[in-house]
Design a protein around this ligand. Sequence first.
Ligand code: ZN
Length: 130
Amino acid sequence: MQWVILHESGHYLMWHNLKFVISQLFIFIIGIYLLFLLKAGLIITMFTTVILSVIYIQAAKIFEFQADTYAAKNMDNPNGMITGNIKMKEADKGFLSNPIMKHLLTIAVPYEERIKIARKQLYFKKIIAV
Ligand SMILES: [Zn+2]
């Protein structure tokens, strides 16, 4: 629970909502420009939309990674982030449980990456405590 609250706090503190809007607008303008430049028909328009959507998802994933890193750094015990992600991974049986689909079509940082982020913070916290 602490991880989720800190993750969302990270979005707020790093102005991610504004950055999401700016990046969406930027990609939208690029898309409109390309479609006018290419004098695109339906097929090219659909193809361009899919490609730009995947590009946006990859850009948005950077913000999610930053929010997860912020959460792990500020948690009392990042082990909660590890156990939470293991449970979510085990429960995730849908279409997006396929790693390739999940990587291409969701902005969420993969469970394995979140676990790595948490383990890294555990390592740093042990170093600091020594
Ligand atoms: Zn997020």
